[in-house]
Design a protein around this ligand. Structure first.
Ligand SMILES: [Zn+2]
Ligand SMILES: [Zn+2]
Length: 329
């Protein structure tokens, strides 16, 4: 009697059974490898509906013990497992399905049999398991981002769109660090200026001045906007009043009166460079306390002046930061 006879005649409830060894081997969970990109980052996505901000972090840097994740853009704090990107989730879903369907196929393959026909009128029976196209895995590529940061506080390497953001590991805002980086670039321009002819040196010094003022303005706007306020920082006396008004502290507190006057003058020189082709106007003569300045003449800016201003602006920046965003998330 062959298998067909058994199935058709002998069993009240004919059934077939097969071993599920391969399925069992998967256990009750499947680990999905999430690989880093060529620079060592893997993507993260803020789960907040109105944000969904994409950023990347480098595993093995930053805080080593389990810690929540912070969105660099909106500041949302949550469990790390809630920050998977949609692409990673689609990939994980397809990866698990593939593991399960492959295991199922292997188990079913073990059921294969073949009974050759016997005798003159014998009936042969066989079971052959063939697999259609394996379930496709949805691979993905991490995106290119604009700013790469090594957190000064926890050493996490992370990448974001734009420039400013909270550190995903320790929650420190990177604005002071970005400001310092811009000042470093300006200092390099000043060093370059020492080695070139006068015209180019003047241009580099002016450019360095414009860059530090823009960096401070961007920095100040960023941290005040984090508290829902828009303040411009290219006009220092105006910004000082606005900060006092909105936040109740004086960001020039740490400066002497001379330092304040000095840095205000340098900011006014920047205004002339940016908007008046560097030519002194009446407003400058009136407000800049620059004795000897004559309207219609070109304003003079020295590398030493810009260097000294950087130190003062750095101090202003740190006071501003401590007053507006004093705590990590
Ligand atoms: Zn967010
Ligand atoms: Zn950090």
């Amino acid at each position: 009697m062959d298998l067909l006879d058994i199935l058709l005649n002998d069993c009240v409830n004919p059934s077939m059974s097969f071993k599920t060894n391969n399925l069992k081997k998967l256990g009750n969970q499947v680990n999905v490898p999430i690989n880093t990109d060529e620079d060592g980052y893997f993507g993260r996505e803020c789960p907040v509906e109105g944000c969904l901000g994409y950023f990347k972090v480098t595993p093995g840097t930053g805080i080593t013990e389990p810690a929540p994740c912070h969105c660099p853009y909106c500041g949302h704090t949550g469990d790390n497992n809630t920050f998977w990107t949609q692409e990673q989730l689609d990939y994980a879903h397809s990866f698990v399905l593939r593991q399960v369907t492959d295991a199922l196929h292997k188990d079913m393959k073990s059921m294969e049999f073949e009974h050759k026909p016997r005798g003159m009128l014998g009936i042969g029976i066989s079971l052959k398991v063939t697999q259609s196209t394996p379930h496709p895995i949805e691979y993905y590529r991490e995106k290119e981002l604009e700013t790469h940061v090594v957190c000064e506080s926890c050493t996490l390497r992370y990448a974001i769109y734009g420039v400013f953001g909270w550190c995903p590991d320790c929650g420190i805002h990177n604005s002071v660090q970005i400001l310092a980086k811009n000042f470093e670039l300006a200092r390099k321009e000043l060093i370059l200026a020492e080695a070139v002819e006068r015209d180019l040196a003047d241009h580099l010094i002016g450019d360095a001045l414009e860059n530090i003022v823009s960096a401070f303005d961007g920095f100040g706007r960023e941290i005040s906007s984090r508290k829902g306020t828009e303040i411009r920082f290219q006009n220092l006396p105006g910004a000082r009043c606005n900060v006092q008004d909105k936040f109740g502290f004086d960001f020039a507190d740490a400066l002497t009166a001379d330092q304040w006057q000095y840095v205000c003058r340098v900011f006014q020189k920047r205004h002339l460079l940016a908007h008046k082709m560097g030519v002194i106007d009446d407003d400058y003569v009136l407000k800049a306390s620059d004795f000897g300045a004559v309207a219609g003449r070109k304003v003079q800016v020295s590398a030493e002046e810009v260097n000294s201003s950087i130190e003062i602006i750095e101090l202003l920046g740190r006071t501003l930061f401590a007053g507006i965003l004093p705590l990590a998330l």
